[in-house]
Ligand binder design. Structure first.
Ligand SMILES: Nc1ncnc2c1ncn2[C@@H]1O[C@H](COP(=O)(O)OP(=O)(O)OP(=O)(O)O)[C@@H](O)[C@H]1O
Length: 602
């Protein structure tokens, strides 16, 4: 999709009106010059032939050659109204198009697979939503200006045809050669800008480090200096080098383009008129037209740089849509059939090497030889690892509390994300009751799950709280989670979320309680709770959930509380090493393979 397509898609009628007004403005501009020439010619003829003047008095001013004066005024007003109109309409469409594009991107990002979001990276996404959309709109806004000036130039070329066809043809040839040579530095400058653009994404990641890691950097001077020199300054240097070279070549091209009309005038005055019979009046007309053309050419050259920037950004946005398609899942609001157990049937999930599927297009944008492999994916810090879990065979019963334990990096959180239907297994199936999870029902089944991961995000309001009843429940939960002296809930908004780490987690738990889901997953939730609340979590909170027949999965290292689990799943190196039930019975052998019907497999 081109810049123009974005506008046409947004509002074809308005775009048509803007283009029409632009063409009218351009043509009127083009007519001004011949009108002035003809009026001057007529005035000089009158002077020599002493013919009477068609002058008139207007507002006590004497106006000569009233016919041409009126035509001039009309053209003047037409240009003023149509040029402004064309730009106003186009800028309206471009504002609407920005909004629509942003909304489309929000929706798309919300529908991306979690793995894709992880591999694109937060910084990269933010650059696309801010810088890229800004560049695209910058490009879109100049389209009417470009159109008006192109039409003016074409109109003036038409006037040159009228003056002298041979000279016109020679001019066209010269202009064509000049434009081709003008484009060479322009293409170069686009490559330099791409280089700068690539490093802007890397810089975003470093800026995140600068802000989010401010405490770590403050406590270590040499680290801070290293970070400044190697991560910020050197990336800034790359951006500067790309931007400098880009703008240098662009300005070179612009000033060359700006002088094009003088080059042509020089050719006409000093060369062409030696080969073709051009009388003085024609020569003056040609030179005036060429001088007049300078204005539109200069304006055109001024706004043209916005186009390559917009094109680079448009490609980035397109890449997001094309390379990372939205998940093929949609809420169908299917009624979830009652289920008594969840079965993970030989489930395998692998973090694919991100160098294979990350945003490689970034690297291809510029000479990839200049980029280190580590630059390719600033997004995924795990680039290069291909960690796998599975095959996992596991059964979780309704109302059962399962603890998943194991060493760091054994794959507990990964398993929890597969279980929450956030990661799609590449092999095996998850089965809720009699329903095999597939693309068609994933979104529906996600609605019965609530999960709090280590990197949870706390919204400052209860989203989607439709009833005041919910606010009342929230208030009662504040007491339950011992947060009532820290904050309150007003109109579904929390009075503050500036809380300690442990308190923020309690608030996240409160929100997940409000959701009242069937399956709860807590990833090391209790790790930063004080001993008193840890006790409350493992005894009272988990007990209450069990009583409500909720299925709860707790990832934990708190071996003191393992006794509260109905089932203890021990993971090692991506595999289940052992499953033990409360009565110390190993249940691994008991999990029966689920036989899927052909329909389910389809
Ligand atoms: N986003 C990711 N991209 C690629 N690989 C990842 C990603 N997250 C985790 N991994 C890989 O998966 C392995 C297991 O990670 P996981 O978070 O599942 O372990 P864990 O058992 O929960 O560890 P911990 O107890 O430290 O939280 C890691 O060692 C890492 O190699």
């Amino acid at each position: 999709m081109s810049l123009f397509d974005i506008l046409v898609k947004q509002s074809p009628n308005k775009v048509f009106a803007s283009l029409l007004l632009g063409i009218i403005a351009g043509l009127s501009f083009a007519f001004l010059m011949p009108l002035i020439l003809i009026s001057l010619e007529e005035a000089s003829t009158r002077l020599f032939q002493s013919t009477s003047d068609s002058s008139a008095t207007f507002l006590s001013l004497e106006v000569s050659n009233i016919r041409f004066a009126v035509a001039y005024l009309c053209l003047f007003l037409t240009i003023m109204i149509s040029k402004a109109g064309s730009q106003i309409i186009m800028s309206n469409v471009s504002i609407d198009a920005t909004r629509a594009l942003r909304l489309r991107m929000y929706r798309h990002i919300a529908k991306l697979r979690i793995r894709d979001i992880e591999s694109i990276g937060h910084s990269n996404l933010i650059v696309r939503l801010t810088t890229d959309i800004g560049n695209i709109i910058g490009g879109v806004r100049v389209l009417p200006v470009i159109l008006i000036n192109i039409v003016t130039i074409i109109g003036l070329l038409g006037f040159l045809v009228y003056l002298n066809v041979e000279v016109f043809l020679l001019l066209i040839l010269t202009i064509f050669l000049a434009i081709v040579s003008y484009h060479i530095p322009m293409i170069l400058s686009v490559r330099f800008f791409r280089h700068a653009r690539h490093y802007t994404e890397i810089l975003q990641e470093s800026i995140r480090g600068l802000i989010l890691g401010s405490k770590e950097l403050k406590l270590n001077d040499s680290k801070r200096e290293y970070f400044y020199q190697e991560k910020l300054r050197s990336t800034e240097d790359e951006i500067r080098s790309g931007a400098r070279k880009g703008w240098y070549t662009m300005y070179l091209a612009i000033s060359y383009g700006d002088l094009l009309s003088f080059m042509v005038i020089g050719l006409v005055v000093f060369v062409i008129q030696n080969y073709y019979a051009i009388d003085t009046a024609e020569l003056i007309g040609i030179i005036m037209a060429l001088l007049y053309m300078r204005g539109p050419i200069a304006e055109l050259l001024n706004v043209l740089p916005a186009l390559p920037l917009a094109r680079i950004s448009l490609k980035k946005v397109h890449d997001l849509f094309n390379d990372y398609p939205a998940e093929n899942t949609q809420i169908e609001n299917q009624k979830i059939a009652p289920w008594d157990k969840i079965i993970l049937n030989d489930v395998v999930f692998t973090y694919k090497n991100q160098l294979e599927n990350a945003d490689i297009s970034d690297a291809n944008d510029f000479e990839s030889s200049e980029l280190e492999p580590s630059d390719l994916s600033t997004a995924d810090n795990f680039a290069g690892t291909n960690f796998s879990i599975g095959p996992i065979q596991l059964e979780l019963n309704r109302g059962e509390t399962t603890f998943i334990v194991g060493g760091n990096g054994s794959g507990k959180s990964t398993l929890a994300k597969v279980l929450a239907l956030l990661y799609k297994p590449e092999e095996g199936h998850l089965v809720f009751g009699d329903s095999v999870i597939c693309d068609k029902n994933t979104a529906d089944y996600r609605q019965i799950i609530s999960a709090i991961y280590l990197d949870f995000y706390l919204f400052d309001e209860i989203l989607d709280a439709k009833t005041s009843e919910l606010t009342e429940t929230a208030e009662s939960y504040l007491k339950y989670f011992q947060l009532d002296d820290k904050l309150s809930v007003n109109d579904n908004e929390f009075s503050t979320i500036d809380l300690s780490g442990g308190q923020r987690k309690r608030l996240a738990l409160l929100v997940s309680f409000l959701e009242d889901r069937d399956l709860y997953i807590f990833d090391e939730w209790a790790a930063d709770q004080d001993p008193e609340f840890k006790e409350i979590f493992y005894t009272k909170i988990l007990g209450d959930l069990k009583q409500k027949q909720k299925t709860v999965v707790v990832i934990t290292h708190d071996d003191r509380y393992f006794k509260h689990a109905d089932k203890l799943v021990t993971m090692e190196n991506g595999k289940i090493r052992d499953i033990t039930t409360k009565d110390k019975k190993s249940v691994e052998a008991e999990v029966s393979e689920v036989q899927l019907t052909e329909e389910q497999l389809a």
